[in-house]
Design a protein around this ligand. Structure first.
Ligand SMILES: [Zn+2]
Length: 391
């Protein structure tokens, strides 16, 4: 059996680097912590065995075999009516998958395969190494977006495990409603159409503080995955796919943004523009001059009002006998630690390379000086890139 390629499944935005989030490379717990977790699991729940829970045990065996898992996962049932399951690391290499009894009563075997595949996905993608998200909305929304992206990856793992899209969507509908037939009809189209109402209402901006994407987004994202090149290849269908991996990932990322009324994207754009402005000014005055041709270029980029603000800062520091370069650097120091995504930062650096070329051609800047200044800016933003200014 060929080994599973996790990168074919992982949503490309499920990547801490994208959100400038540093993670511990490996999860570490000392022996007493491991013992405590195992003890807690064993006292609060029952370990899934062939003897106690034969039908769920069969599902776990099937998935272990499909994913080539050896002793990495221990499965537990916990008595809890809340329709939930979770994956808990119990050592650097092992996880426990815990399924609430309420979920067992709600789902059939194939739906349970989806849930178990989803939870094992958290283990295989090492999501345990990600920083913990808290419920209140005050902290890093990049971290929340990462958490949402992680859910997209593991939903795909769920489908990869059960190979049954209908069962996956049915499972989502059951969990979203708490009901099973005959009290619910599995009309997937009507279910997912509810997303249209949300988008028509310009999205739910509070979703940026949520750890999971909306259920309708997750369902739609899974349908897209089922039609994608990597999934079709995994079931030995070739050349019938509707989307490449990249097309799928971009589509899904936009779907999440849309459901959130583009609130996250707007914050990113605002931050991008602000960082870009100060970086442009830094480059312009890096040769200790502030000329009318530089002002013209800056006005084109940021508009007259912002230009006037910058111009005032430079004028006032000159009047006060201060070096404007230092004053601008102080502003830069305050904003350089941003939550701008890695792809946005890379885009910014490319735009600054183009600006640098203009400064050399139009404003007598020296190429080597600009390369040095731009390298520093890139470094400050945590982007490891060799600067090229092509004349
Ligand atoms: Zn999850």
């Amino acid at each position: 059996m060929s080994k599973i390629n996790l990168d074919d499944i992982r949503f490309i935005y499920d990547d801490p680097k994208e959100y400038s989030i540093t993670i511990d490379d490996d999860y570490f717990q000392n022996d007493s912590e491991i013992r405590n977790r195992r003890l807690r699991l064993s006292t609060q729940g029952l370990k899934i065995s062939k003897e106690l829970f034969p039908s769920i045990y069969k599902i776990t065996e099937k998935i272990n075999e499909k994913l080539n898992l050896e002793e990495e996962i221990t499965y537990f049932i916990e008595p809890n009516s809340f329709h939930n399951a979770y994956c808990l690391p119990i050592s650097s290499k092992e996880s426990a998958v815990v399924i609430n009894s309420g979920l067992v009563e709600l789902l059939n075997d194939q739906e349970m395969e989806f849930i178990i595949g989803h939870e094992i996905g958290h283990h295989l993608f090492s999501h345990k190494n990600y920083p913990k998200v808290t419920i209140d909305g005050s902290e890093n929304i990049g971290l929340k977006r990462l958490s949402q992206a992680a859910e997209i990856s593991v939903d795909r793992m769920g489908l990869y495990c059960n190979n049954n899209l209908d069962a996956c969507i049915n499972c989502m509908m059951k969990i979203a409603s708490g009901l099973k037939p005959p009290n619910i009809n599995f009309d997937h189209k009507t279910f997912i159409n509810q997303l249209k109402n949300i988008v028509d209402l310009k999205g739910d901006r509070s979703q940026i503080y949520s750890t999971h994407p909306m259920i309708f987004v997750r369902a739609k994202a899974l349908i897209i995955y089922s039609e994608s090149e990597p999934y079709q290849q995994s079931i030995n269908l070739f050349k019938q796919f509707k989307h490449t991996k990249k097309e799928m990932d971009n589509y899904v990322n936009d779907l999440i943004s849309q459901s959130e009324g583009y609130a996250y994207d707007e914050e990113q754009t605002e931050e991008f523009n602000s960082i870009k402005m100060w970086a442009e000014v830094k480059l312009m005055i890096s040769n200790n001059s502030w000329t009318s041709s530089e002002k013209k270029i800056l006005e084109k980029s940021i508009g007259i009002n912002h230009l006037n603000k910058i111009d005032d800062i430079i004028k006032l520091s000159n009047q006060a006998g201060l070096n404007p370069v230092n004053e601008i650097n102080k502003k830069w120091e305050n904003i350089k630690n941003s939550s701008l995504t890695k792809s946005k930062k890379e885009k910014l650096i490319s735009e600054l390379e183009i600006l640098s070329k203009e400064l050399i051609v139009m404003c007598n800047h020296k190429q080597e000086n600009l390369i040095e200044s731009l390298s520093k800016i890139s470094n400050d933003l945590g982007i490891n890139k060799t600067i090229h200014i092509n004349l």
